[in-house]
Design a binder for this molecule. Structure first.
Ligand SMILES: NC(=O)c1ccc[n+]([C@@H]2O[C@H](COP(=O)([O-])OP(=O)(O)OC[C@H]3O[C@@H](n4cnc5c(N)ncnc54)[C@H](OP(=O)(O)O)[C@@H]3O)[C@@H](O)[C@H]2O)c1
Length: 242
């Protein structure tokens, strides 16, 4: 792979906003590693992007598995040699069965499962892939984007009461600031974004907003200038209150 081609990895990129982010990064000239926990779905997504002219390859990546994440890091290293942009997009919403995410009857197994994907998954993936990011090379403009939600904003408190999913995004926002502080003396800019209410399987394709529209803020954070923000939370309208 050429020295000038930049590589991006998107988790949960086989569908929805993740696939739209992968497509957008490919349109911007990135070689895209399409992370998917299901190999066949990942292969199909990468194939569909290649059919559109993208440089894309599938990476088997279950963010809840240390082994899968380690193997994915090896795959990216072998196929691309390095990573310039990491987009942590994968998530689960967790069971919404009667009472499961009602705080007064909260099912802690649901909380554990949601945190394992939405928060611990981000830590697993970020820490496994960080060695591939050019920590010393400002010119490659490395970026980490965590796809969060205004449902995690303690100020806005949007959406339904979902006491596993909402707080998982609050913690993801907090982690974003911790990573940004830890990497403050490197060229890696770490930020979080909210895509808005977007038509995906999660929302039953109810909203009018398309995955491409939802992907726009992640693409902006993935391509920030070198003097861009660190440890912020943004949507299309600008800064989102914590
Ligand atoms: N849609 C919205 O309105 C909205 C609003 C605010 C924030 N967001 C955020 O935007 C991001 C994308 O949301 P979306 O609506 O596109 O979600 P989605 O359609 O439910 O897609 C989620 C993706 O994450 C993957 N995933 C789940 N568990 C995984 C695991 N253990 N390892 C790897 N991948 C896993 C899924 O894979 P499978 O296909 O195998 O299940 C799928 O590719 C999420 O972070 C979400 O919180 C979305």
């Amino acid at each position: 792979m050429s020295e000038t081609t930049k590589t991006a990895l998107v988790t949960g990129a086989n569908k929805g906003i993740g696939l739209a982010i992968a497509r957008g990064l490919a349109d911007l000239g990135f070689t895209v590693a399409v992370g998917a926990r299901d190999e066949a779905r990942g292969a199909a997504a990468a194939e569909s992007l290649r059919a559109e002219g993208a440089r894309a390859f599938a990476v088997a990546l279950d963010v809840t598995s240390e082994e899968s994440v380690a193997a994915a890091a090896r795959t990216v290293a072998e196929k691309a040699g390095r990573l310039d942009v990491l987009v942590n997009n994968a998530r689960i919403s967790g069971s919404t069965e009667e009472g499961a995410q009602d705080p007064v009857t909260l099912d802690l197994d649901v909380v554990r499962a949601v945190l394992d994907t939405n928060v611990f998954g981000v830590v697993r993936v970020t820490n496994a892939l960080l060695p591939l990011l050019p920590l010393l090379r400002r010119a490659r403009s490395p970026r980490i984007v965590n796809v969060s939600s205004t449902m995690g904003s303690l100020t806005l408190r949007t959406g339904p009461v979902l006491a596993a999913y909402g707080p998982s995004k609050t913690m993801l926002n907090a982690l974003t600031t911790q990573y940004a502080r830890r990497l403050a003396d490197t060229p890696v800019l770490v930020n979080a974004c909210c895509p808005g209410w977007v038509a995906t399987d999660f929302t039953g394709h109810e909203p009018d907003r398309t995955p491409a529209e939802g992907a726009a803020i992640a693409l902006r954070l993935a391509t920030l200038p070198d003097d861009g923000p660190r440890g912020g939370f943004f949507d299309d309208g600008g800064v989102v209150p914590w």
